[in-house]
Design a protein around this ligand. Structure first.
Ligand SMILES: [Zn+2]
Length: 239
């Protein structure tokens, strides 16, 4: 039911639109989406760190693999010399055996180091897979929240469009000066959008203060379609 007083109807429409805009800003999906996006950003930087470690481990792995290959080749070379029959001097043979054992020992150490690196690579691959799974779950949640937010916003926007059309229809009924006073008062934060009031007895129901008797009686004699301002709070007083 539209209020017979266009000014009151205008205030009602504007208050309803304010409430809708506040609800639009405070939609829970918006806050949740923000949380998910922050989590996704944190996860992304964690994943970048893991990928850097993966590259470093790859370099370590190639390096230690070269060391294994070199030590093995060197040991094989010494072994070949040792059993070639070309070296006959006992001390030289003994020296070669010492050298062979040394390279074989080094080869085993490098092989162990290589296994350790490969173990770290496996752990890291598991870690990255877990991050990716979490990332996919977050992306899916964010997608649902996006859709829910868009739907809730569209619903409110349709309602705001309807209110704007109703407002336009009410505004044409108001004298320009009254509309200008209304807009000026609405822009005052202290009135919180409640800018239209009535005089009840000798009290303004906007500020709940008593108005001067002379004002009240003068106002009572004015035409019913005129508007004036409360001398206390400045609100537009309706008959
Ligand atoms: Zn007042």
């Amino acid at each position: 039911m539209a209020d017979p007083q266009p000014l009151l109807e205008l205030q009602r429409l504007d208050s309803e639109a304010d409430a809708l805009r506040a609800r639009r800003d405070a939609l829970p999906e918006r806050a949740l989406l923000g949380e998910r996006e922050a989590e996704m950003a944190a996860l992304e930087s964690q994943r970048n760190g893991a990928k850097e470690r993966e590259l470093a481990l790859g370099r370590d792995e190639r390096h230690v693999e070269t060391q294994v290959t070199d030590a093995r080749a060197k040991a094989q070379e010494i072994e070949a010399t040792l059993y070639s029959g070309k070296v006959k001097v006992v001390n030289e043979l003994k020296a070669l055996q010492v050298e062979l054992r040394s390279f074989q020992q080094r080869q085993r150490e490098y092989e162990e180091a290589e296994l350790a690196v490969m173990g770290q690579q496996e752990e890291l691959a598991t870690e990255i897979a877990a991050l990716d799974a979490r990332g996919a779950a977050l992306a899916s949640e964010a997608g649902s929240l996006h859709a829910a937010l868009a739907a809730a916003e569209a619903e409110i926007d349709a309602e705001l469009t309807r209110l704007a059309a109703a407002r336009a229809a009410v505004v044409v009924e108001l004298p320009a000066a009254v509309l200008a006073s209304y807009e000026k008062l609405r822009a005052m934060p202290r009135l919180k959008g409640r800018v239209v009031a009535r005089i009840e007895g000798e009290t303004c129901n906007g500020c709940h203060g008593a108005v001067p008797i002379a004002f009240a009686s003068r106002f009572a004699q004015q035409a019913a379609d005129t508007t004036t301002e409360c001398p206390r709070c400045g609100r537009l007083i309706l008959h």
